[in-house]
Write a protein that binds this ligand. Sequence first.
Ligand code: GLC
Length: 474
Amino acid sequence: MKVLYAASEALPFIASGGLADVAGSLPQALRKRLIGARVVMPLYDTISQELKDSMTFITHISVPVAWRRQYCGIFEARAGGVIYYLLDNQYYFKRDRIYGHYDDAERFAFFSRAILEMIPHIGFKPDIIHCNDWQTAMTPVYYSTMYADQPGWENIKTVFTIHNIQYQGVYGMELIGDVLGLQPGTSHLVEYNGCVNLMKGAIETANVVTTVSPSYANEILDPWFSHGLDNILEQRRFKLSGILNGIDVVNYNPETDKNIFANYSAADPSNKAVNKAELQKLFNLPQKPDTPVVGLVSRLVSHKGLDLIKAVMDELLATTDIQVIVLGSGDWQYEQFFKEMAGRYPQQFGLRLGFVPDLARKIYAGSDLFLMPSKSEPCGLSQMVALRYGSIPIVRETGGLKDTITDSGDNKGNGFTFARYNAHDMLNTIRRAVEGYQNKEGWAILVKRAMECNNSWNRSANEYIRLYKNVLKD
Ligand code: GLC
């Protein structure tokens, strides 16, 4: 079976969020199970020169963008044994950041079309094209309306995965003619509520739709979570399912990780204390071994639960012997709030604004607790990485957080959880965790249990293979 995995970001080339982790690790896991998986992504200018130097040019083609045609260079690279195709067009991808441009719809309509156009030129005809999020949502739309019957493109099935339903690719209707270039009579596929909605188009046309945890697959049928798409998903419920993400357990391994201060394992976690002391030093906090350190590594946006944190952080710091370390960037109001906290509590609050993967690992390794009170969380990878590094997650029971973390109140779970989206419920849960931390023996058992949780791709890669096989049977 041959799978072409299409994503707008993938490690090791470029990352802005969890999608890049998934696109960088699931295809490897598929390949280990003898599935011919390859990845296709844009060749962004901001990819490092070293990685660019490792690519080889295959050929160039011209790709229709509505009534125009655009150059598309096809490059190939290898990472972790997987072949990556990187699609080049400097007009679209020579930008300082990967998203957030006035013409994103056109950039990714081009990319979605180029994925199909390149197929006859790469010597790899996929059985499945697995698309991800709105940036590749037009691929199933184009495939079903323009390519399915054409020689060279027959019998391909499309899978569409929703990593976050909040980002749907919603634009004005004027896009239909000059940017999307849809066939007459097919524009209804992408129309929704008087707008163009690219994700809706993929939900309509892909053979199957998945999302990244079973709980989130249920949640998005509810208007509280669906950002307006519950009706469409309800109609297409027969083809919707949730498969939990895994993490790359070789890459995220405290026993071998070169980015942390000292290596350790579940069998001998003693060096975790070294990581904690060094982390405290790095953030100019007093090196107190018995004060619990809570880490927060997150995009600073509302669905990550930052309003809860804003509401009670002051109270928490003022009344508890605790240190909090935050790494992330995002909305101004949260950045501003955290700056204020760092100013007011220099002995307890450490802050670094930015997306710094190496530092994130030092926080996983050096913290005792990891806070993730998301309002919604399709899957979440950080809580799984935190477990692996023995930092005990405090999470709200939603989406993938609910599917990976269970409360340790019964001496079986691997974290601390709360159900309602309520700031004092979160605060009480943090207090419960701090109390648990005081019991040294019990805590050591909990840390070991957390580190031994297995969130590798083993189970989920097999679930994807089952899904691919089923869709090929239809
Ligand atoms: C998105 C989601 C996150 C998920 C990731 C990978 O970033 O917000 O929950 O883990 O995609 O699927």
